[in-house]
Ligand binder design. Structure first.
Ligand code: ADP
Length: 274
């Protein structure tokens, strides 16, 4: 198996609090790894370190052999590390298709002068939307790029969730909560990421919606999509994961196949038995 992600001694504190404390783990190509643990155990901080949202205090993160610790979210996205957020982040006034299109933008935007603006946080998303819009006017080359991008959006929606297809041109704010979250995942998938990081993909979803997401995650897994999933719902974790990493108080306290982790005494004490 090819090692995709190699994390060593990863640490990040907030003041005196060690949110992520000297953790070492890896993710192989095609693996689905879940991170579980009680609230406040450092799961989201770990995802934020892997996606570049946070820089580690110490430790190394190697992605495809390259040390990427402390790189920006943009730099990580360009390398193929994509994520979704705990509370779901979509652009409400943009359509489903535009949201997914934005997920493809880092692939195409190198040709525009706008990337300079992206260094300024407030302008970052304005620049991204403008870049996507730029592809709708202008030269035949840009028009072709737009057409190809549209085709990729359709393929992406077909691949991930046919529920989104009839809503392709609907503004995201008109969607149900579950469909907004699906849109976010479709956007993260739009550039065929090497590593997909999902922070509680089913938070706030009912049982039927959760089951559908489980099916979709299993489909992605069957296609060989590498994923790291932070999740509370153990049924989901146990059914989709090749491996489960258990965190408690910032430390990784167990790392192994779902069945083994479920029977680990420290895990039962820290998490499962509560
Ligand atoms: P989990 O995802 O496992 O619930 P988090 O990674 O969100 O845990 O948080 C780990 C610890 O770090 C918690 O005690 C949390 O309060 C703290 N923490 C997380 N982010 C910040 C931040 N930006 N500033 C200060 N403390 C933070």
């Amino acid at each position: 198996m090819t090692r995709l992600l190699e994390v060593r001694g990863l640490s990040r504190s907030f003041g005196a609090l060690k949110a992520v404390d000297d953790n070492t783990f890896h993710v192989d190509e095609g693996e689905v790894v879940s991170i579980i643990g009680p609230n406040g155990s450092g799961k989201t901080t770990t995802i934020n370190l892997l996606s570049g949202e946070l820089a580690p205090d110490s430790g190394s993160i190697r992605f495809r052999g390259e040390d990427v610790a402390g790189r920006s979210p943009d730099a990580m996205a360009r390398r193929g590390v994509r994520r979704t957020f705990q509370n779901g982040r979509v652009f409400g006034n943009a359509t489903v298709a535009e949201n997914v299109l934005l997920g493809q933008v880092p692939l195409a935007r190198a040709a525009t002068p706008l990337p300079a603006l992206r260094g300024i946080p407030v302008l970052r998303w304005v620049a991204l939307i403008a870049e996507a819009a730029l592809a709708t006017v202008g030269t035949p080359g840009l028009r072709r790029e737009k057409r190809e991008a549209d085709e990729r959006v359709t393929a992406q929606l077909q691949r991930f969730s046919t529920r989104l297809l009839p809503r392709r041109e609907h503004p995201a704010w008109t969607l149900s909560y579950a469909n907004r979250r699906r849109t976010e995942i479709a956007r993260a998938l739009a550039s065929a990421p090497g590593l997909l990081l999902l922070d509680e993909p089913t938070a706030g979803m009912n049982t039927a919606e959760t089951k559908e997401v489980v099916r979709q995650l299993l489909d992605l897994k069957a296609e060989g999509q590498t994923m790291v999933i932070v999740e509370h719902k153990l049924e989901l974790v146990m059914s989709v994961s090749d491996r489960v990493i258990v965190m408690d108080g910032g430390r990784v306290i167990a790392d192994g196949p779902p069945a083994a982790v479920q029977n680990d005494d420290r895990v039962i004490e820290a998490y499962l038995g509560k």
